[in-house]
Design a protein around this ligand. Structure first.
Ligand code: NAP
Length: 310
């Protein structure tokens, strides 16, 4: 594993973020907590978006301290209304949003729909990040912001054991872009592929939004953080390997090392103006051809924007 280990005492963020507003989703989770902590330590006012606001505030205050610029916005981002309400609450309080780290994500063992009728991976691993970026567009433009989507390299390869054979990216049927409720259908559903497809949607739409917002000085990039010992790993590990859980975790990156990749994209002065890229941790990486198809990007953007604009 090509991982740069960080020492807990060293700040990951080199820039001074005083006066900047940073929005972080999945703020109470493994990597999200570190992202909030490091951005607050660098002086940012952090808006932490989480499902359980009191618990998250308690957890975050333990590390960022009582006086750091921190507010917690409660939101279930699997719901369209949850995304809309969170964006409205943030937008009302902050005319400028300088950093948006769309970090919330989940892997589900089976296929279930949200009350809105979309498959859950589509909702959490794609629509949440798209929606916040879309609905906060004015606030992002006002700050010439950086947007970072935390994706996953499963979008390049859905094999969980990569010993033999070739990479197997998730398939994306352009016909399913007619309606968000068609994505990740029941027919042939495989949970890990559904997760990977939702991340592929995130990167595909990210390329498009990067082009749209480039003239306004807003950058949009996606990143695979590495394989990191967080809660999501317990959901992703195949059942046969679960007894080895503690051993597997020890071989993985720490949340702090994983978070460093998104933090770098969000704050490194050397990356100012860099947009429309996908990073495998610190290196620019390729994504499946379909993600670069301009017609696919446009259709995905149209159907997703309609979802939030109605
Ligand atoms: N760990 C890895 O190896 C790995 C690899 C590639 C990509 N990633 C991506 O990295 C990101 C961070 O994940 P993590 O590894 O830190 O895992 P994690 O500890 O499970 O954190 C995931 C976060 O997403 C939040 N979330 C899930 N569903 C949500 C919903 N409906 N509404 C609002 N928030 C929701 C969780 O909130 P709660 O605290 O309320 O559950 C949690 O804070 C995810 O996007 C994940 O897909 C992780």
């Amino acid at each position: 594993m090509n991982a740069r280990r960080t020492r807990a005492a060293d700040p990951v963020v080199g820039a001074d973020l005083t006066g900047q507003v940073a929005v972080v989703t999945g703020a109470g989770g493994g990597m999200g907590r570190v992202v909030v902590d490091e951005l607050a330590r660098a002086g940012a006012h952090v808006v932490a978006v989480a499902r359980d606001a009191p618990r998250t505030e308690r957890l975050l205050r333990e590390t960022v301290g009582a006086h750091a610029g921190l507010e917690v916005v409660q939101a279930d981002l699997s719901l369209r209304q949850g995304v809309v309400d969170a964006a409205a609450a943030i937008g009302r309080r902050h005319a400028q949003v300088h950093l948006l780290v769309n970090n919330a994500g989940a892997h589900f063992p089976d296929r279930r729909l949200t009350p809105d009728g979309v498959e859950r991976h589509v909702a959490v691993d794609y629509l949440a990040g798209f929606g916040l970026t879309h609905l906060l567009q004015e606030n992002l433009v006002a700050a010439a912001a950086r947007v970072v989507h935390v994706a996953s390299d499963t979008l390049n390869d859905t094999r969980q054991v990569k010993v033999v054979g070739r990479a197997r990216p998730p398939r994306l049927d352009p016909a399913h872009l007619a309606d968000l409720t068609l994505l990740n259908p029941a027919d042939g559903f495989v949970a890990f592929e559904a997760y990977a497809r939702a991340k592929l949607l995130t990167v595909t739409s990210g390329y498009h939004v990067a082009r749209l917002l480039r003239p306004h000085g807003v950058t949009v990039n996606s990143v695979h953080p590495g394989i990191v010992a967080t809660g999501i790993i317990d959901d992703v590990v195949p059942p046969a390997l679960r007894p080895l859980g503690p051993l597997i975790r020890r071989a993985l990156l720490t949340p702090r090392d994983g978070a460093a990749a998104a933090l770098r994209l969000a704050t490194d002065p050397a990356l100012a103006g860099v947009t429309g890229r996908y990073y495998h941790r610190e290196r620019v990486a390729t994504t499946p051809d379909v993600s670069h198809d301009a017609a696919v990007q446009q259709r995905l953007h149209d159907v997703s924007a309609r979802w939030f604009d109605r």
